[in-house]
Design a protein around this ligand. Structure first.
Ligand SMILES: [Zn+2]
Length: 313
């Protein structure tokens, strides 16, 4: 599931491709995935990208915005117009003697003309639209932005810009860890004294931005067992946990999150972006980088949870 760092990397990546570009057409392949009147987005220019937790907001000219919720399996793929031409020529150039066009070159070309982020899958590199494409936004000059979503929990909402902050989801969000004071965080934990600390930090009304991956990573960073009651976390530990939340997410953002560049390496093989920063997440059975003890996977708050039984107390 794409989390805050993934959405932040998408925001940064898309800024480079679609800022100041004009939308000429918004096409929906699934009613559930596009909410609001698409006509009001057509003819508008992309002016600004904003992120609220895991929601991406694209502000268009004349007071219109697109709000993107990726949820479980959503992804955004930008395909520049030059790639479209390449794709159309592809069948002839590949089936003939030009098998010399190596896989590496195709991949390199893809990475140059595409930007993809969100739930990592082969859609990052596949020809689009495909059967998982829910919304297709065409820009002046031919570039296209595809919203793919296998499980259809995500959506794009078109709304007036001045209604963005009143949106039910955005209005309910707590501050992000970078904007929260340690004392405030501690007090927020105290309001959920008897719940396991992991469940509490996953609550977006307590702190915004931590999903399953970064909750596990932040708890490891702070040396706190996810099963401990929130009321038993000391002020010092709360401060360390907040610092951990900032650091693990920053590290992920800086390593590129789950974008195409981390999914498909330049040699065409698949990469795993979690490998770039994860200390415990999906590392069960492997030795802890800090103490060498085997990382174990348990279940806390109904979620798969990864811990080092020695480093976390
Ligand atoms: Zn350890």
């Amino acid at each position: 599931m794409p989390e805050l760092p993934e959405v932040e990397t998408i925001k940064r990546g898309l800024q480079g491709f679609c800022l100041n570009k004009k939308i000429v057409r918004v096409k929906s392949y699934c009613d559930k995935s596009l909410i609001g009147p698409r006509e009001i987005a057509e003819g508008r220019t992309v002016e600004k990208f904003r992120r609220f937790g895991k929601a991406l907001v694209v502000d268009l000219s004349e007071g219109v915005s697109l709000m993107v919720h990726l949820r479980m399996t959503g992804q955004l793929v930008w395909v520049s117009s030059s790639e479209e031409e390449t794709q159309q020529e592809e069948p002839s150039s590949i089936s003939t003697s030009k098998n010399a066009v190596s896989n590496v070159e195709i991949i390199k070309n893809l990475i140059k003309n595409r930007f993809a982020g969100g739930h990592p899958s082969d859609n990052f590199t596949d020809k689009l639209p495909n059967k998982q494409t829910r919304v297709e936004i065409e820009f002046e000059g031919g570039g296209k932005l595809f919203f793919n979503d296998q499980r259809k929990f995500g959506f794009i909402k078109i709304l007036p810009t001045d209604e963005v902050l009143q949106d039910k989801f955005i209005a309910s969000l707590a501050p992000e860890p970078w904007k929260m004071e340690a004392e405030d965080f501690y007090q927020r934990l105290q309001r959920h004294k008897n719940s396991p600390i992991k469940a509490v930090i996953l609550d977006q009304k307590v702190i915004c931005g931590l999903g399953n991956i970064y909750a596990d990573e932040a708890l490891f960073y702070a040396g706190i067992l996810p099963t401990r009651k929130a009321g038993e976390v000391s002020k010092t530990e709360a401060k360390l946990l907040l610092k951990g939340a900032c650091e693990v997410m920053e590290k992920s953002i800086n390593s590129g999150g789950s974008t195409m560049a981390t999914y498909v390496k330049a040699d065409g093989t698949k990469g795993d972006y979690l490998r770039l920063f994860a200390q415990v997440f999906r590392r069960e059975g492997e030795p802890c980088n800090r103490c060498g003890t085997e990382i174990i996977k348990t279940r806390v708050a109904g979620r798969g949870t990864h811990i080092c039984p020695r480093c976390q107390k």
